[in-house]
Design a protein. Structure first.
Length: 216
């Protein structure tokens, strides 16, 4: 298989990792007790100039696992009705396989050995992802089990903002509060934010090289 120059740069840029933005919506804050209800993923690609761009989002609704708890306060925030007949939720193991397939495809296309989760407060999303992997005894997760990129930290460095809505707006992107707290919308905006921070660094790198051509 021919690997493009941009794909090779992606692998080199993140030490063989493919950044994949993940957002989950849940029935609470405890990944062992509370249900995973929605999950969305956005892979990123690198162009010939070394700038990142988000790919289309992939998402699914998830059935609450047997014995899980649902905190009414969390459901009020997300607006999720776990029993809605048109929700189209699937069991956790099926949801994981559905999400992992495009991630593996993107890993191969970008010559990466592992995916790394990108999230806003990434430990929360990674905790729920890992808990679902354990519950379903999933053996082939493409994600690193504990390393992640947190856009809270990145946005605090780049823009002085840590709240997702404010960080997205500081990056020059719009924010619609009416769409927030859905896995799809939050994953898309987090992907925009991650790409904006990395691309800002790339712009500074190119500017520095332009000013110091003797270094290359």
């Amino acid at each position: 298989m021919n690997i493009s120059a941009s794909a090779t740069r992606m692998a080199h840029r993140f030490r063989g990792f493919l950044p994949v933005v993940i957002d989950v919506e849940t029935g609470g804050f405890d990944c062992e007790r509370h249900a995973l209800l929605e999950i969305a993923a956005v892979c990123v690609r690198m162009d010939e100039e070394g700038f990142l761009h988000p790919e289309p989002v992939v998402s699914t609704h998830v059935e609450a696992f047997a014995g899980s708890e649902l905190d009414p306060r969390s459901l009020e925030i997300t607006g999720i009705d776990p029993d809605h007949p048109l929700r189209g939720a699937v069991p956790e193991k099926e949801a994981l396989e559905f999400m992992f397939r495009p991630v593996r495809t993107s890993m191969r296309a970008n010559d990466c050995q592992r995916a790394i989760l990108v999230g806003h407060n990434a430990a929360f999303d990674l905790g729920f992802l890992n808990a679902a992997i354990r519950r379903t005894a999933h053996k082939r997760s493409p994600f690193h089990p504990f390393s992640c990129f947190d856009t809270v930290t990145l946005a605090g460095l780049a823009y002085g903002q840590t709240v997702l809505s404010r960080a997205v707006e500081a990056s020059g992107k719009p924010w619609d509060a009416r769409e927030a707290h859905s896995a799809v919308y939050d994953a898309e905006r987090t992907a925009d934010l991650f790409c904006a921070v990395v691309n800002r660094w790339r712009e500074m790198e190119l500017g520095w090289r332009h000013q110091h051509p003797e270094i290359g």
